[in-house]
Design a binder for this molecule. Sequence first.
Ligand code: SF4
Length: 325
Amino acid sequence: MSQENILLDVQHLKTYFPIRGGVMRKAVGHVHAVEDVSFQIREQETFGLVGESGCGKSTTGRSILRLIEPTGGQVLFDGTDLCTLSREQLRLKRRDMQLIFQDPYASLNPRMTVHKLLEEPLLTHFHLSPKEREEQIQWIAQAVGITAEHLERYPHQFSGGQRQRIAIARALICKPRFVVADEPVSALDVSIQSQILNLLMGLQQDLKLSYLFISHDLNVVRHISNRVGVMYLGRLVETGSTEDVYRNPLHPYTKALLSAIPKRDPSEEKERIHLEGDVPSPADPPSGCAFHDRCPHCMGICKEQPPQTRELEPGHRVACHLYNP
Ligand code: SF4
């Protein structure tokens, strides 16, 4: 991938959670929630992160923003390693990096009106006059489709789709450069999903945003992403342009995931690949390739050695022994 216009450069990110046991609650092991994850996001690009639930997608997003402290690795945001910033330095960077949650209701204070919810981030991050704050609130409300009348209501008075519009407005009112959108449409009806996706894409153009878009829904990710990363058990097993990954998936796990989604074009329909067993525990991942006990192509080496990530075509990378020379 060209190094031009890279806004976010994640290198060898690791996040482990201690497993505590015994009377003293000592750490007796670790859950490897994110294991050696590397990828980049360019200015105004959407990078989609896909995989089954529990594969580490959300932990990756939160570790990048340091809402969860990473165990290791680097997160370069516009050249600054976020992992080395003090709490105060990080607070100053926060307005450039925001998070949109799956459940907007949980992220919106039910005792605040929409107006107060939108005003709060401005009070936290800027020294604006009341008039300037009001202008910002009116601007973002209009951008996401919230009326003046809505501004005086409370979150419970809205539908799920409207609440997500409010959450998006709150995340974007400080004009961030980078947004982690964590399953932002998963809780919504399909008809509302496309409205919110179109809103996010329109705002990306207008505000020149970069997105890390996290979803288990491969159709949604295909719709919105320029590039895609596929995660399995905390590891990134394949990355590439959306077109390359969906047209020519390389990793057996990606092939299985894509075989399970209905195709818009029946000529693209392929035989469904059924995976054996469940996702193993990240507290006790399999040796070698973490996918080996579910992989239909497992070889002897797969049980012993983790595969290296290789670039097989420009920008299309895969971690699988099938492609090792
Ligand atoms: Fe399957 Fe081996 Fe490739 Fe892992 S490394 S995905 S087990 S073929």
